[in-house]
Design a protein around this ligand. Structure first.
Ligand SMILES: Cc1cc2nc3c(=O)[nH]c(=O)nc-3n(C[C@H](O)[C@H](O)[C@H](O)COP(=O)(O)O)c2cc1C
Length: 321
């Protein structure tokens, strides 16, 4: 996820377990063949075996529209060791869409087809497959099935579908049942994505879509143990306990201990707040801690405060008598 999940975050999250694979932030392709360092910056794992330290494969995502340039760049990435090239047809950002990328292509299924086919053709003989990440449409869902079919016809070997149109942004609800319609027509695996924040959401998304597999976006950060709890539930039918604040704060501490020491400390603080801000979206306790920490600007103070317990709600221990 652009700007929020990088190699360090991937390493920390996948060490906790439950993830089958992960995907990089998108590499934007316009009209140039990009140098290897661009791919290596987005995906430092390429310098090893394109896996996180915990062993989870990392797929490389491309965003663009020109079939030949996408193909050329896909080949560069494949030669660098990317195990799968994923194509982004979901990004809703105005600047990206204005420049003909991401969800903008969903207005014309033929362009989805050509973009995927450009990559598929270029990768022939490398053994590296292409997959596609789609939304349900740009303005509305009328082309949802056609776009999914176009991606498959172009050669996509798996589809991940964020169950909303570009217009719907990130507003709930996610329309998981629409992903079910795509799954029914598809002959490649379809993965449902969007608004899966809890075990119950996982179950409802599966039921509504009929998909075996789900992709976690924001919830991978909001509740870093959710993937592991899902996997445990799949395997045993048992529910692991909810994630505790102590675990979240320990993870944030581990993040700081492994972050690039060259980063200015104010940047580290803002990255921590960004993560905490996502954590608080579905967890009241993380919300309390966010309120407590949000005004702290010095890293050392932030880390000290992070270890402290929040005053429990209803307690008046801090109120002078
Ligand atoms: C900040 C942010 C950055 C994202 N960047 C990407 C990206 O680079 N590639 C991509 O395929 N999806 C990206 N997404 C979309 C997510 O992968 C996912 O489809 C979407 O957030 C819905 O799933 P969720 O409700 O589980 O978060 C991004 C989402 C957010 C919020």
């Amino acid at each position: 996820m652009e700007g929020v999940i990088d190699a360090l975050t991937r390493a920390l999250l996948t060490e906790l377990g439950g993830f089958d694979w992960s995907v990089t932030e998108f590499v934007r392709v316009t009209d140039a063949r990009l140098p290897p360092r661009v791919f290596q910056r987005i995906c430092p794992e390429l310098e090893g075996d394109s896996r996180t330290p915990g062993g989870t494969p990392v797929y490389l995502q491309l965003l663009g529209a020109q079939p030949d340039k996408l193909g050329e760049n896909a080949l560069v990435a494949a030669n660098l060791g990317a195990p799968v090239i994923d194509m982004n047809f979901g990004c809703p950002a105005k600047t990206v869409n204005r420049h003909d990328g991401g969800a903008a292509l969903l207005r014309t299924p033929e362009r989805v087809y050509r973009a995927v086919q450009g990559v598929h053709e270029a990768l022939k003989g490398t053994g590296v497959p292409v997959t596609a990440k789609l939304r349900l449409g740009f303005e509305d869902k009328t082309l949802a099935l056609e776009c999914a079919r176009a991606a498959e016809d172009g050669g996509a070997q798996r589809l991940v579908v964020h169950a909303r149109t570009r217009r719907e942004g990130y507003r709930p609800p996610a329309h998981w049942e629409w992903v079910g319609r795509i799954r029914e027509q598809a002959s490649v695996p379809v993965v449902v994505n969007g608004d899966i924040w809890t075990l119950e959401d996982y179950w409802r998304a599966r039921e509504a879509s009929g998909c075996q597999d789900v992709m976690l976006g924001r919830a991978a950060l909001a509740d870093p143990w959710l993937a592991k709890r899902i996997r445990h539930w799949q395997l045993t039918g048992e529910r692991l306990p909810d994630t505790r604040w102590q675990d979240r704060s320990a993870l944030l501490t581990a993040y700081v201990s492994r972050i690039d020491p060259a980063l200015p400390s104010r940047v580290v603080v803002s990255l921590l707040k960004q993560w905490l801000n996502i954590m608080r979206q579905h967890d009241g306790e993380a919300g309390e801690h966010f309120q407590r920490l949000r005004r702290i600007t010095a890293l050392e103070d932030f880390m000290t405060a992070l270890q402290e317990e929040a005053p429990s709600s209803g307690s008046d221990a801090s109120t002078p008598l």
